[in-house]
Design a protein around this ligand. Structure first.
Ligand code: SDX
Length: 429
């Protein structure tokens, strides 16, 4: 929907800026003709006030702490559904019927194996390489193994590439973990659910049968749901920008993984657990709160704050509940890290600095404690985030590619460098 509204006049040139209204959330001012009509660029380096696209996939209300996937609240999806159902919803826009769900699970399940040659690919890495470095490399190389699903103009190849990405990420992630710990790779098993399969590929060993714990598998599945998609975050924007050039989906997802790795983004779950470990005991919390408030100290409370949420991240609440379920199931009483985390949250939420800046725990604050209890090393935490977010990246990439108005993304700049000047010979400098 759009209607004529703002006009911007600059140096006797005027641009008519159409106001567009979405289904819910902030309206936008369409500035696409601004430069043509006035010679002006807009300036918004962190994109705090910029909508980069139109999307129907995910909506976040940061002030209310609301997260909807195709209109369905995250807490309902996490409580009532499973990860592959959420994948179907994100990709196709509607919850699947029983038949559609069964067919989708069947198709994803039968794409979980990777080309056998890929297992040799891993041997080029050092065993102590960070698993995220391995993921960037191996996922980026997928287009070297699956040439038959890289033509983005072919809807069938796009669908196959999408299924392959969603299906193979857990297998590749488990291989990265097994390589890291020096254990043999474990093949996927078609009779297991998505989360069961991942836990089995990570923790089964050839010497004995691996027993799936349904409580832990359900927790793993819910963690995947919580991390599936999140509007135009940094890594999703990276995938969209890479895809806008026509790059194949495997290369675009590898770009998303690289961006997710940053501690300000998906790397925060690893950084948050490292921070809780460094704090160690409740009595040291005031020292770290003071550091977080000190403008001269670059330290930030990892797992706190968010560009969009200025209220509690709804995923963090569900993650905290999941954390308690996992610790209870494993009989872990009085986990010192959980004690520190809960006390830190309590103190921060009552501290005027955090209240004024609307800093609340985000999805990464409790995930690390949960993943550590499930048996993962901290270096695998962001890898798990990448597994879950692959469907969001793919759904957003698919939406962009299928947009008939899609063009290559090419931002401009405010240039503050040297004006034109002539070359000076080296003996004259
Ligand atoms: C994810 O975008 C998404 O949707 C991401 C994500 C997703 O699902 O894709 O939700 C996943 O990345 C969650 C965020 C994980 N990152 C962290 O937990 C790292 C710690 N958080 C911060 O680095 C920060 O809060 C960001 C990066 C998350 C948001 O940064 P912004 O929006 O650019 O905010 P800012 O850096 O401008 O901070 C605003 C103010 C600053 O103070 P002033 O300069 O105004 O005085 O708040 C302060 C900051 O110093 N601040 C913090 C803080 N976060 C912000 N102070 C202490 N601790 C923090 N964590």
């Amino acid at each position: 929907m759009s209607d004529e509204s703002a006009k911007l006049t600059f140096n006797d040139k005027t641009a008519a800026l159409a106001r567009r209204t979405g289904t819910i959330g902030p309206e936008v001012v369409d500035i696409s003709a601004l430069y043509k009509d006035t010679g002006l660029f807009t300036y918004d380096p962190g994109f705090s006030s910029t909508a980069s696209c139109e999307s129907k996939i995910t909506y976040i209300d940061g002030d209310e702490g609301v997260l909807l996937h195709r209109g369905y609240p995250i807490d309902q999806l996490a409580e009532k559904g499973d990860y592959l159902e959420t994948c179907y919803l994100l990709l196709y826009g509607e919850l699947p019927t029983a038949r559609e769900y069964e067919d989708f699970v069947y198709r994803v399940t039968r794409h979980t194996m990777v080309h056998e040659q890929m297992s040799r690919f891993f041997t080029g890495f050092r065993r102590d390489a960070h698993p995220m470095a391995v993921m960037v490399g191996v996922v980026g190389a997928l287009s070297a193994f699956y040439h038959d699903s890289t033509d983005i103009a072919d809807p069938h190849q796009r669908m196959v590439a999408s299924l392959r990405m969603i299906a193979k990420m857990p297998t590749i992630a488990a291989m990265a973990y097994k390589y890291h710990v020096g254990q043999p790779f474990v093949y996927p098993r078609n009779e297991l659910t998505y989360a069961e399969n991942f836990l089995h590929m990570c923790f089964a060993v050839p010497c004995e049968p691996y027993k799936i714990n349904p409580v832990l598998a359900k927790a793993m599945d819910r963690i995947f749901i919580l991390h599936a998609d999140h509007e135009q975050n940094a890594s999703t924007s990276t995938v969209r920008l890479a895809g806008s050039s026509g790059a194949n989906p495997f290369a675009c997802i590898a770009a998303g993984i690289a961006c997710l790795w940053g501690p300000a983004h998906g790397g925060a779950n690893e950084a948050a657990l490292n921070m809780l470990t460094e704090i160690g005991t409740k009595d040291r919390i005031p020292e770290f709160i003071a550091r977080a408030k000190d403008k001269n100290d670059p330290f930030r409370l990892m797992g706190f704050g968010h560009r969009v949420y200025k209220n509690y991240d709804p995923r963090a609440k569900i993650m905290q509940q999941t954390c308690h379920e996992v610790l209870d199931e494993l009989g872990i009483k009085d986990d010192p890290l959980l004690e520190v985390a809960m006390e830190l949250e309590h103190i921060a939420l009552h501290d005027q600095y955090f209240i004024d800046k609307k800093l609340y725990p985000n999805v990464d604050f409790y995930s690390g404690i949960t993943l550590k209890a499930l048996g993962f090393p901290t270096t695998m935490f962001t890898v798990l985030f990448a597994i879950a977010r692959t469907v969001g990246w793919i759904a957003q990439w698919k939406e962009m590619i299928e947009d008939p108005h899609q063009r290559i993304g090419r931002p401009r700049q405010l240039y503050t460098g040297a004006p034109s000047r002539d070359y000076v010979a080296v003996d004259k400098r």
